[in-house]
Design a protein around this ligand. Structure first.
Ligand SMILES: C[S@@+](CC[C@H](N)C(=O)[O-])C[C@H]1O[C@@H](n2cnc3c(N)ncnc32)[C@H](O)[C@@H]1O
Length: 229
C-alpha cells in the first residue's frame, strides 16, 4: 500500500451496500474479460492520455473486476489504484494496488491523484446527495486542476428499447441478455434514477468541476471534468 492511503473514516455505519453475490456473479460472467477490456479501451479513446502523463497517479474508482485498469495499463498508465466496495470483485483485479473502500469515504489523503476514472459506478449510488458526497470526495483526493473522467449509462430512445426488450421473451434471443436483465433489475432504483435524472446529476458535477467535454453515444455519456480550484 502506498503512503498516501490512510483510513480516514471507519467503514462501519456506511449506508452503501455491497452488491449481492448473484449480481456479482452475473457481472463477472456476462461478458469475457477480454471483451470488457476492449469495450473500456474504446470508451477511453474519447479522452486524451498524454505520453507525459504515464507516471501520473490514477484512481480507477468503482473498478469492479479491474478491466478498466487493464485498459488503462495498455495505454501505458503505470500507477493505477483499483478501488471498489466489493472485496470479491477486487480479487479478480490486477495484482498490485487494490483497495476495498466505499466511494463515499475514500481512505486517501487530500490531493494525491492526477486523474480519477470511473467506468460505470455512479449509477450505484443512492441518489443525488450520495452523488454530491462522492464527487466531493473525488475532488478532495484530486490534485489542483486535475481531471475526473467518467463514462456512465445514458438514456436514449435506443437504450429505452433495449431495457423494454429485456423484460420480454426477446431477452432469450441473446445469450448474455438474461444476465444483463438480472443485473438491471438488481440495480433497479438507483440505475433508473440515474438515467431519468441525468440533468440533476450534471448540475452537481458543475458545482465542483468545470465540464471540458461531454459526448454521448447510444447508451453512454462520456464526461471529462476538471476540478475547480
Ligand atoms: C458496473 S460495476 C463497475 C465496472 C468497472 N468500472 C469495470 O471496469 O469493470 C460497478 C462497481 O461499483 C461498485 N460499487 C458500488 N457501490 C460502491 C461504493 N459505494 N463504493 C465503491 N464501489 C462501489 C460495485 O461493487 C461494482 O464493482
Amino acid at each position: 500500500m502506498v503512503g498516501f492511503l490512510e483510513l480516514r473514516w471507519p467503514l462501519l455505519g456506511s449506508k452503501a451496500q455491497n452488491k449481492s453475490k448473484n449480481w456479482e456473479e452475473d457481472y463477472i460472467n456476462y461478458a469475457s474479460s477480454q471483451k470488457k477490456v476492449a469495450r473500456y479501451l474504446k470508451r477511453l479513446s474519447c479522452f486524451t492520455f498524454d505520453k507525459s502523463e504515464e507516471q501520473n497517479y490514477i484512481l480507477d474508482l468503482f473498478c469492479g473486476t479491474g478491466e478498466n485498469t487493464q485498459a488503462l495499463k495498455s495505454l501505458n498508465c503505470q500507477n493505477v489504484t483499483q478501488m471498489d466496495l466489493s472485496y470479491n470483485l477486487l480479487q479478480h483485479g490486477l495484482a498490485g494496488q487494490r483497495v476495498c473502500a466505499n466511494a463515499l469515504q475514500l481512505p486517501v489523503k487530500d490531493e494525491v491523484y492526477d486523474k480519477v476514472v470511473v467506468q460505470g459506478g455512479f449509477h450505484h449510488l443512492e441518489g443525488l446527495e450520495a452523488f454530491r458526497h462522492c464527487l466531493q470526495e473525488i475532488s478532495r483526493v484530486l490534485k489542483k486542476g486535475c481531471q475526473l473522467l467518467f463514462c456512465e449509462s445514458y438514456l436514449t430512445r435506443r437504450l429505452s428499447c433495449v431495457l423494454w426488450a429485456l423484460e420480454t421473451p426477446l431477452v432469450y434471443l441473446h445469450p448474455q441478455a438474461p444476465a444483463v436483465r438480472r443485473m438491471v433489475r438488481m440495480e433497479g432504483e438507483t440505475y433508473r434514477h440515474w438515467l431519468e435524472h441525468w440533468n440533476s446529476y450534471k448540475k452537481i458535477v458543475q458545482e465542483l468541476f468545470e465540464i471540458e467535454k461531454e459526448q454521448h453515444s447510444w447508451n453512454t455519456i462520456f464526461m471529462s471534468c476538471r476540478k475547480i480550484l
